[in-house]
Design a protein around this ligand. Sequence first.
Ligand code: RUQ
Ligand code: CUA
Length: 675
Amino acid sequence: MSSETTSRTGWMTSRTGLVLFLVLGLVLGAVGARLGAGVASGGDLAAVANQRGLTGEQAQAALATFVAPGEHDDYLIFASGGHSGQVHVIGVPSMRLLKTIPVFAPDAWSGYGFGADWTEELLEEGSDPAQNDPLLWGDTHHPALSETDGDYDGRFLYINDRANGRIAMIDLRDFKTKQLYDIPNLQSSHGGVFATPNTEYVHISAKTPAPMWAEDGYADLDDYAEEFRSASTFLSVDQDTGRFLPEESFQIELPPYNQDLADAGKLASDGWAFINSYNTEMAVGGILEGREPLEQGAITNDFDFLHIINWHKAEQVVADGKYVELNGMRIITLDTAIEEELLYFAPEPRNPHGVDVSPDGNYITVSGKLDPNATIYSIERIEAAIENGDIEGHDPFGVPILTFDSVVEAQVELGGGPLHTQYDGDGNAYTSLFVESAVAKWTLGPEAGVSEGDAWQLVDKIPVHYNIGHLVSSHGDTVNPQTDYLVAMNKWAVDRHTPVGTLHPQNFQLIDVSGEEMQLLKDMPIGFGEPHYAQMVAVDVLADTVWTTYPEVGMDTLTLEASPVATTYDEARIEVNGDVVDVYVAVLRSHFKPDIVRVKEGQTVNFHLTSIETAQDATHGFALPAYNAQASLDPGETLTVTIEADRTGSFAFYCTEFCSALHLEMQGWLLVEPA
Ligand code: RUQ
Ligand code: CUA
């Protein structure tokens, strides 16, 4: 990607130059209102800016983010949708919402969870087996794009469900969810999602410890230290389909701390994984039981533990059979992990939040949250400390704790409440400051190409609005980050947008980081769920993978293979086998064939629908209101909608997507005759 990268950056620089030129002219008025030649001719920019009351800086920001009608963005952001349970796809720099991908929650537009059998099966199979009803919501937090050689490869997107300890896989060919997986032995998960540099594994760790060894899942909180445990999970990935392979996956048992965020080592630190933690005090709250609230109990220690995991070694330990099986998952016990020297701790200032590995893999940044510093560890120091047995003790479970001073490379004072860090292509790091509502830009060290004299310096700070959580830069957690855009993902919007009632949107802010000083370009209200983390990927990475129609007619949505129930137009038919009626429906502009389906009360009806369309965007819907069914059929797609015909009547089904001039005429009949 490096040649594209160079040209992208070059383009950015020249574009910024153009914008500056335009704005300069606009502000000074020196070149007159009408700008001479080339792409900028034909407008009256100064008059527009004046009329709209824009300052020169605002006009510049507007031009820098404007993507002309019909033009495409440079980047896509895949943002978690929080407790909407979905993923949102947003263009950068225009900050236009392109799509919401349903993942853990139903979505009527795409028919997800509303009729198409594959969607209902997905939601059901992806539910906790102990759950009575299928889970119809999730709390998506941390998306992770699949990677090759440490950079995004545009194949798959993974995202966790914070609430229920689940993870999903979205295929980036059709941008549809293909797998929901309830991870054994994990009750919840937080930010611990990442792909290893070649997507050998997708990692996810527990958020809140649970009594996972207890047969009935129950243990009293008095026995927290003895009974509760966490786990770091390495889910093996099928390279062709992107799906998880549970039988080739493994977990590592961890002490009952709250494992928070995680990141994969890369390049210099390839083979390592890092997880930060809080509540090593093992506080459980209990305000009415005479104990302090968890938030107080969890901050009594000065240090928590950065978890350092040698996953290459763990893989070998599992291959050697040194694991036990728990609920169908191979798990390396804590004792084995210690014995096999694959798990180490390093002290980190109390209750930290982010842990983010630099693009070169040498530095691991942990943010203080309650401490104004970012603490930077180096892999070289960590490996040396392990090699030399340089430990300052053990935690209560026997995990060796490396000596703080020998593994810490630097500390950089950033400001109030540092959380998450992303990187650019020039050796800079950007850290969100929650308490201060700002983004801090600072320099990495020599291993990242920064000279000794310039290393570990706070170089710029920009206020954001308000209470920033995550931030995301282009390819910002890969080996190949760019120096152009950064998006602050703010938790509060307060007064930034026109009031729309008492539940406020969140607020994204696009920031230009291509220059010496950061510049705020644009606000984007996020009125569809609270995003946590995001990934920003160049559109050219996806260009070769994304389909705009299914490549062949009759493709099964879930398997992306030829569907056994697909039909051609000529073969469309109704087959009755006793209580089961199979209807093979060809769907096209602007009718269903067959369009009249007669069944008897009590029969099971399978509508096997095939869109025989091949034209881009010629999507049809299939809505059967009386039976609470709505499916969406993209060109070439085959899916089945199954109903039990237990309600008699004469029902009109229809196409829900406005597909042609005769879209309204695209309807048919389901006649359910009383038995
Ligand atoms: S975590 S605001 Cu849920 Cu990603 Cu840090
Ligand atoms: Cu097909 Cu409307």
